[in-house]
Design a protein around this ligand. Structure first.
Ligand SMILES: [Cu+2]
Length: 176
């Protein structure tokens, strides 16, 4: 139980950084009440597929030093890639990810996840125990709906960009 509590606190902290708390306060404004952990409601999220690129060059530029092409190996699976050096000395490291990657809902909530492919030509997404694998292409949106019956966590991931393109839905236990 202690570990579960730690997980929830961590999830809330990350969710606050991702703006999920702002969504709750917005609902409070619309309905004139404050959301609580015991409230059951409809929660809708938009989850973008994105990538971070670290872009540099083996040659110095006006705003960066020269950086030699790395002699290192990142985990296989497609989620972390060092792109080949281009013909003018540029190179980059790429990480695929979901944004947001941690979502917090309350047990009993009706949850709508709208996955939107913003970056990357294709992704193959699974929501563990909720949705079998489906594919999505850039510019498309795929919607998964479910009722969060059980407190705990639900993993989601992209099988084309392992091991790091993963996310987690934290379902807080009902308090009443
Ligand atoms: Cu992917």
């Amino acid at each position: 139980m202690e570990n579960l509590n730690k997980g929830i606190i961590l999830g809330l902290t990350i969710a606050a950084a991702a703006g999920v708390i702002a969504t709750i306060s917005l609902e409070g404004q619309i309905f004139g009440q404050t959301s609580t952990a015991s409230a059951t409601s409809q929660k809708t999220f938009y989850i973008a597929t994105v990538h971070l690129d670290g872009i540099t060059s083996i040659y110095p530029g006006s705003d960066h030093p020269s950086e030699p092409y790395p002699n290192s190996t990142l985990p296989s699976g497609g989620g972390l890639v060092i792109k080949k050096i281009d013909n003018i000395g540029g190179w980059k490291v790429r990480q695929y990810m979901f944004a947001p990657s941690v979502i917090v809902v309350n047990q009993g909530d009706q949850v709508t996840l709208n996955f939107v492919d913003v970056q990357g030509p294709e992704h193959m997404i699974t929501v563990d125990g909720i949705s079998p694998q489906f594919d999505i292409h850039r510019g498309e949106m795929r919607t998964v709906t479910f009722t969060a019956n059980n407190a705990g966590t639900i993993d989601f991931w992209c099988s084309m960009h392992e091991p790091n393109m993963r996310g987690e839905i934290v379902v807080l236990p009902r308090t009443t």
